[in-house]
Design a protein around this ligand. Structure first.
Ligand SMILES: C[S@@+](CC[C@H](N)C(=O)[O-])C[C@H]1O[C@@H](n2cnc3c(N)ncnc32)[C@H](O)[C@@H]1O
Length: 310
């Protein structure tokens, strides 16, 4: 159970389960004791001119991110993890992958890359002059080689659970781990669009299950999880659901209000979330049937008849 007694406080306090700070991320990070967080999970603005950001040059953007990353380094425990979720910045018609842009900044701030997790999802804008973008990345960094990593709580079902060893001392025995397999570094998790049970008015919130996998594998109960760019509070929700503490900052008052409501619902077990590990929905019925298939088959058959006759 989390050590804290108060559910939400506006400033960091040792006895709060969630610090929900309204303001700039550096002001929150300065409040947190050095090496106090076991995990920092965040998704900064992509400098696209969305409603919640001011578009700047890439140099200015990189400098702003450097300040955040350096402040995170101070706050993170020596065995802690930093997960930075990033997509592309768009410059004219050209894409700039933000994880590549910021990689040198992480190295200069003392971080080591553990995984570049590909988060693959099904929905987004349909492109006509390039392939539609259907993935983003989570860069998982640690400060040292001795870091918390619990694989068992996030294992996924084996593909061939009935497989047996065919030689050696374990010949004939089941060869796969009964707890499931390592989920790998490509994660298929639906993004939060219109029909998702977690949808709020935020244009790009995390799915709770994405953060849950990070929280369960990179922290222990009672640990502190931080999100400097909190949006509607998804990181803190995942932390709370798994008995971790959280400290998050968001400068938009409307998003802070929504985060508060969601956290209160989560604390009382009433927040609707998509459960971790639920299979991706496969369309069924009329919508999944190709109305052009019969016509195409007819054309194919008549073509075959013509050639067979000739
Ligand atoms: C990509 S969104 C994060 C969404 C979040 N992961 C969620 O699940 O809701 C980035 C958020 O950072 C906030 N933001 C931008 N600059 C900020 C700053 N300097 N300090 C705090 N929050 C900031 C924006 O208002 C926006 O809600």
């Amino acid at each position: 159970m989390p050590r804290g007694k108060r559910l939400i406080t506006p400033l960091y306090a040792d006895d709060s389960r969630v610090t929900l700070f309204r303001g700039d991320r550096l002001q929150l990070l300065r409040q947190l004791p050095e090496r106090s967080a076991r995990l920092i999970v965040t998704s900064p603005p992509y400098n696209l001119g969305k409603s919640y950001e001011k578009r700047s040059t890439l140099e200015e953007y990189e400098q702003e991110q450097r300040l955040t990353i350096e402040a995170c380094a101070r706050v993170l425990a020596d065995d802690g993890s930093l997960c930075y979720q990033l997509g592309n910045h768009v410059r004219g018609s050209e894409l700039v992958p933000l994880d590549s842009l910021l990689y040198p900044v992480f190295l200069e701030s003392g971080f080591r890359l553990r995984n570049r997790i590909v988060w693959r999802f099904g929905h987004g804008l349909n492109a006509s002059r390039r392939f539609s973008c259907r993935h983003e990345t989570v860069l998982w960094y640690t400060k040292s080689d001795a870091y918390v990593f619990n694989l068992d709580p996030v294992r996924v079902p084996q593909r061939y659970p009935g497989k047996v060893a065919y030689k050696g001392p374990r010949k004939g025995q089941y060869s796969s781990n009964p707890l499931g397999k390592n989920p790998g570094d490509v994660w298929d998790i639906p993004n939060v669009k219109a029909n998702h049970p977690e949808k709020t008015l935020h244009p790009c919130q995390f799915p709770v299950e994405l953060v849950e996998r990070l929280v369960l594998s990179m922290t222990n109960e009672g640990d502190l999880v931080v999100d400097p760019y909190a949006g509607v509070g998804t990181t803190a929700i995942a932390a709370l659901l798994h008995n971790r503490r959280a400290a998050i900052s968001e400068r938009d008052a409307v998003y802070v209000g929504i985060a508060r409501q969601r956290l209160e619902l989560a604390a009382s077990g009433r927040l609707p979330t998509r459960p971790m590990g639920r299979p991706i929905h496969e369309p069924q019925g009329k919508l999944a049937r190709n109305p052009f298939a019969a016509a195409a088959k007819g054309a194919e058959d008549s073509m075959e008849r013509r050639f067979t006759r000739a």
